[in-house]
Design a protein around this ligand. Sequence first.
Ligand code: SAM
Length: 427
Amino acid sequence: MYNYIDYKEYYGRIMQFGKNKKVPIHRWYPFVEGYSREFIESIISEQTIVPRNCLEPFAGSGTTALELQRMNIECYSFEVNPFMYTLSNAKLKANSYNSATIKKHLKRMLTTISTISDSEVSNISDFSTLVESEGKKKWNLNKPVFLAVEKIILAIEELHSKKYRDIYIVVLANVLLEFGNLYRNGKCLSYKKHWQQNEYTQQEVFDHFSLIIEKTILPDIKTQNKKLNCDNSQKLYLGDSRTLINEKIENSSIDLIITSPPYLNSRDYTDSYMLELKALGYLTNLSDIRKLRSQTLRSHVQLKLENNFQLSNELLSDTVDKLVDASQNGESWNDEIVLMVQAYFDDIKQIFEGMFKKLKKDRMVYFNVSNSAYYGVLINTLDICASIAEDIGFEVIEIREARYLNPSPQQREMVGKLLEGVIVLKK
Ligand SMILES: C[S@@+](CC[C@H](N)C(=O)[O-])C[C@H]1O[C@@H](n2cnc3c(N)ncnc32)[C@H](O)[C@@H]1O
């Protein structure tokens, strides 16, 4: 139906976030769900006119805005998850940071930490599994780790310069990955193997915090071009892009859109980043969690969904019919999956409508997403998104095949591998 082009060899070489892991600044946090800086570079290199600005509705770890900033291209980006927002913000400010100030801050933070006693930091949390205590079977952070993290947070808060705090929070998030009992397993958080045997001390946590600053942050800052004309941190917004792009961006003002939304894979980003969100104080109670989920694209079943969808699209209706049939035949009938699929495309439509309004005529969108499968039914997300975009008024130029992803073994038997691609649209 659409013009599929094989980019697997090319995108296979350049596209995955793993490529960012050795690149200064991009490497500040291991983000699984992102793409590489080379992907952005390759899109810019194929434009006949260098764009003046770009829109990125799903900033994630900030790859798009950061790479464009390096090229002096303005980027308006939006991120709903406050930890991801802090991460993007810290990375985008990297060229304005000063190594001597960071060294001074580190010294001051370590002095502050040495004056805080254990009893001064709260060792209780509203979240029952966050910290070790008597009677619990599982906890995310051993007590010494939790106390050390709380002391570092206090030391960060005591610094006068707000601008630098975001970097230290990002460093502390790396410490959580190292000393916490959880890891991200691709879908959600799981306990590390033999986590009960870990016996970390507070001093080990403080040492690791210093080490990341010395071995990663300071060397990366030295590599930065201090004379960039463009500061994309000023155009990074915290909130729900489904509605916020309408408030923050003028109609027909955008030259280019590059983005990758959450995929329709039941992954709840709020859950995946729960350790950072709770331990770093972004979420303090259950109502905070509910609020964040309600602002996040509906690609999971953690929210109660109402069946009140407006979207009429033939491809989607066919898929939903097949899904209803297949799910009713299966052992575990669960209409939440069917509702999630509809809610997801409802949200995609809202995003496409916003993008269409903001983009200038004749300009392009690069939309990276993948197909999914439930109950043995292929959800051809690439085709359905392209078709929704077409209904809104975009021309679908092509769909670039990037790579095949593995669904669960059960789905794989029925639908095979799932195509990930880039939908190229023109207004
Ligand atoms: C696939 S990731 C983007 C990755 C990014 N391209 C990178 O390389 O880091 C999708 C991001 O969208 C964010 N997100 C989900 N719903 C959102 C919404 N309604 N508004 C803004 N951001 C949202 C998620 O928190 C997640 O960070």
